[in-house]
Design a protein around this ligand. Structure first.
Ligand SMILES: Nc1ncnc2c1ncn2[C@@H]1O[C@H](COP(=O)(O)OP(=O)(O)O)[C@@H](O)[C@H]1O
Ligand SMILES: [Mg+2]
Length: 449
């Protein structure tokens, strides 16, 4: 024992004696003693049992055990009686103590389970967040960097965001990124597709309905606005919203309140709105298909996602990203995309944008049985050099030609542009190879570096 702790104990003793000597009120003095033990010696929590004078009493103390460890004590003071069966009392109190310990254990288990669920929940949320983290949006083109900047600028605010761009350009992905990078990220992200449902259904989807509001409304239902409370509501394909619903939406945007279908109670909501559309809203406004007041309300901060053909530098990155994803998913070991296949991916005009590219890679990964994706394995739409975009049927000659060109380019790549070596690899002569190289317009210098 160190000297200083000995001194501490002595000082505490002195204080205890002072406390006891300072008053005749014994319960007040005893309380002070406990305080001193805590303050000076860190003895948290104590209990002092005093038997009443003149009355003879019995003091019984039973341990409370949890999995064979003593975790507490039940102490009882009982008026003394000559013929009381104390053994019986002890047995009885032992039962009470074990009941207490059982409910303690139960409470502990519930707490543990709760903590575990909370952990799991946090983990799932983190996973979801990572999934939609905007670092997971692929693309390093100038156009996409502008998009990231805009997302970063607007995410932490409550501003309504309008995301525009062709179908498949990643509008929904960006909407997720905004939500999961906002202070609302722990609250719901709710999506409504305004084009997918008939008008009457969308209204009750958005605002909910009261029981009996219409045939089939057998119970009250909360709408997506209510479900998104505290979080974000994503209205996809907003350009397809009917005129009647445009009016209703405008009111929510202006006043942040609405009524359920068939209801009279006004409901207030705290919801951030993100809308997306591939419709040219300015034209729709001019044509009278879209209300201009709603347009101005929505168009506070708009993010434009350019079509994939206008950010070609992202094509390869995206293709590799999807290749990794789908080859992992299918348990394959596809390592790379051959040069001819890359050329085909790069020259195609991608009317369906990233979604189409993802589908192409998914399908190709499925049919690919080696470690390289070859040009001839890509779907027919990409086979014509112009990539016409219409579904074309490819002739046997063309398919063989594409295959041959692909093999030659691969061999030239391995031979670093050396034609003689490439010819040997393909078991042919340099003269024939030279003829094919010319026929397919292959540039050998490309492979020399
Ligand atoms: N920049 C990107 N990086 C990674 N995946 C993307 C990207 N853009 C789109 N995608 C993927 O392409 C598909 C279509 O994207 P989505 O956001 O639904 O497009 P939109 O809503 O504009 O039609 C989704 O599977 C999405 O994950
Ligand atoms: Mg979409």
């Amino acid at each position: 024992m160190s000297e200083s702790s000995e001194i501490k104990k002595l000082t505490a003793l002195l204080e205890v004696s002072k406390a006891l000597g300072s008053t005749l009120d014994i319960s007040a003095a005893v309380e002070k003693v406990l305080e001193i033990l805590d303050r000076e010696l860190g003895m948290k929590r104590g209990a002092i049992a005093l038997l009443e004078e003149k009355v003879e009493e019995s003091f019984i103390c039973i341990p409370i055990k949890n999995q064979r460890k003593t975790t507490g004590a039940l102490s009882i003071i009982y008026p003394f009686k000559q013929n009381r069966d104390y053994d019986d009392t002890v047995r009885y109190l032992t039962i009470v103590a074990s009941m207490i310990s059982q409910s303690l254990r139960l409470a502990q288990m519930v707490e543990q389970e709760k903590a575990q669920l909370a952990d799991e929940n946090a983990l799932l949320k983190r996973e979801l967040q990572q999934k939609y983290d905007f670092r997971n949006i692929i693309g390093t083109s100038k156009e996409m960097r502008d998009v990231y900047d805009q997302v970063a600028q607007v995410a932490h605010t409550n501003t309504t965001v309008l995301i525009r761009g062709e179908s498949g350009t990643g509008k929904e992905l960006v909407a997720h990124a905004i939500h999961y990078n906002s202070p609302r990220s722990s609250k719901p992200f709710i999506k409504v597709n305004c084009a997918a449902l008939p008008e009457s259904l969308i209204e009750s989807e958005l605002f909910g309905h009261e029981k009996g509001a219409f045939t089939g409304a057998v119970a009250r239902k909360r709408g997506r606005f209510e479900l998104a409370e505290g979080g974000t509501l994503f209205l996809d394909e907003i350009g397809d919203l009917s005129p009647a619903l445009q009016v209703k939406l405008l009111r929510v945007l202006q006043e942040r309140e609405f009524e359920r279908v068939g209801g009279i109670e006004t409901i207030k909501v705290n919801v951030r709105l993100i809308a997306a559309t591939n419709v040219d809203l300015e034209v729709a406004v001019q044509d009278g298909r879209f209300r201009s007041d709603l347009y101005y309300r929505l168009n506070v901060f708009s993010i434009y996602l350019p079509p994939l053909r206008e950010r070609r530098t992202d094509i390869l990155l995206l293709a590799e990203h999807f290749l990794e994803k789908y080859s992992r998913q299918n348990g394959k070991r596809i390592k790379r995309i051959s040069t001819p296949a890359i050329d085909m991916l790069m020259s195609y005009h991608w009317p369906g944008n990233v979604r189409e590219l993802e589908n192409v890679i998914e399908r190709t990964a499925l049919v690919c049985d080696g470690s390289v994706i070859h040009g001839y394995q890509l779907p027919p739409t990409l086979q014509t050099a112009e990539g016409s975009g219409t579904v074309t049927r490819i002739s046997l000659d063309n398919a063989i030609g594409a295959y041959e060109k692909d093999l030659i380019q691969d061999a030239l790549k391995s031979a670093r542009g050396n034609r003689a070596r490439a010819a040997r690899m393909l078991d042919t002569t340099e003269r024939i190879l030279g003829y094919k190289v010319k026929k397919y317009g292959i540039d050998c210098r490309r492979y020399r570096a």
